[in-house]
Design a protein around this ligand. Structure first.
Ligand SMILES: [Zn+2]
Length: 309
């Protein structure tokens, strides 16, 4: 049982309602094909140093690929986890740096490091600020109801200061629907361009397939508006519509993205997914009916109790 602080205890699990609210039918894989600039061209771990640097930036590490996610995001473990490390493109959000909970499956870690590099390539000048993933061996983690199996990561929004320069707040900054930041981050605002680049990279990765990006509705609207301004393809916009969800209870996620990936095919069946199964689910979805009989209410709880506003 994950820790739940006062204020969150009475809140019901929310994910079943999220699933019911998810737009249907899910988009098809469409034109995201190997060879496309944003498509799954990199379906395997790059082997050479040059290849790795192309995907994850200069000095990119050769990640071990034998990690295993076991169980469910909210009742699971992580075996042979990989740690996200700071780089020229990525930093730990100050509030979480000392906790050391930056462990995930290699699919999740490469996703985060590659996305950070991609945003830096397209719009240089800022680092991706991550919050917590999982503990080194997974399991219960303070402040989260999920984050147990190496498949969840919290990511800070890219932020700008009053002059439009990138700025890195010490903690996640709460954002109004108009993009301005709430105290104590007055004067900062949501960086529409970089946050859009981040989301579109997360949703088009070939190795890690994203199930959810939990985020507030106002943020989702901003990302979609920027996607249209930037001429994003319809298939990418469809993925954004389907995967960005504001939890119906618990933390409203107006201060960070919570990204959850599906189990890698190699980790199944000991790694377990719950619905929704989007069109980009890797392989064949498990039998949903059996999963629901086993545990009808815990389809993806995600409380960030210590961060409730
Ligand atoms: Zn989270």
């Amino acid at each position: 049982m994950a820790l739940v602080a006062s204020g969150a205890a009475a809140r019901p699990p929310h994910i079943d309602r999220n699933a019911a609210e998810s737009p249907a039918p899910p988009p098809k894989d469409g034109d995201l094909r190997p060879g496309d600039p944003d498509g799954p061209k990199d379906l395997a771990q790059p082997k050479s140093r040059r290849e790795r640097e192309r995907f994850r930036g200069q000095g990119a590490r050769d990640l071990p690929t034998n990690s295993r996610s076991v169980g469910l995001p909210f009742a699971g473990r992580l075996r042979r986890g990989v740690q996200v490390v700071p780089s020229d493109f990525l930093r730990y959000t100050g509030e979480y740096a000392a906790g050391g909970n930056f462990w995930g499956t290699w699919e999740l870690v490469q996703l985060v490091e590659r996305a950070a590099y991609r945003v830096h390539q397209r719009v240089p000048g800022a680092k991706l600020s991550i919050g917590e993933l999982s503990k080194a061996s997974g399991g219960d983690i303070d402040g989260h109801a999920s984050h147990e199996a190496g498949r969840d990561v919290d990511i800070s929004f890219y932020m700008l200061d009053g002059r439009g320069e990138p700025v890195e707040p010490w903690a996640f900054a709460n954002i109004r629907d108009d993009g301005t930041a709430l105290p104590p981050n007055e004067g900062m605002r949501f960086d529409d361009r970089r946050n859009y680049e981040l989301v579109q990279k997360l949703l088009t990765d070939g190795d890690a397939r994203v199930q959810y990006i939990f985020v507030g509705r106002g943020i989702k609207r901003r990302i979609l508006a920027e996607a249209r301004r930037q001429g994003a393809r319809a298939t990418v916009i469809d993925r954004m519509e389907a995967s960005m969800v504001q939890p119906a209870g618990g933390h409203p996620h107006r201060n960070h993205f919570h990204v959850r990936i599906y189990c890698a095919p190699a980790d199944r069946p000991s790694c377990e997914d719950r619905a929704p199964f989007h069109a980009w689910y890797p392989g064949t979805p498990p039998n949903e009916r059996v999963s629901l009989l086993v545990n009808p209410v815990s389809g993806g709880r995600d409380a960030h109790s210590r961060r409730l506003p």
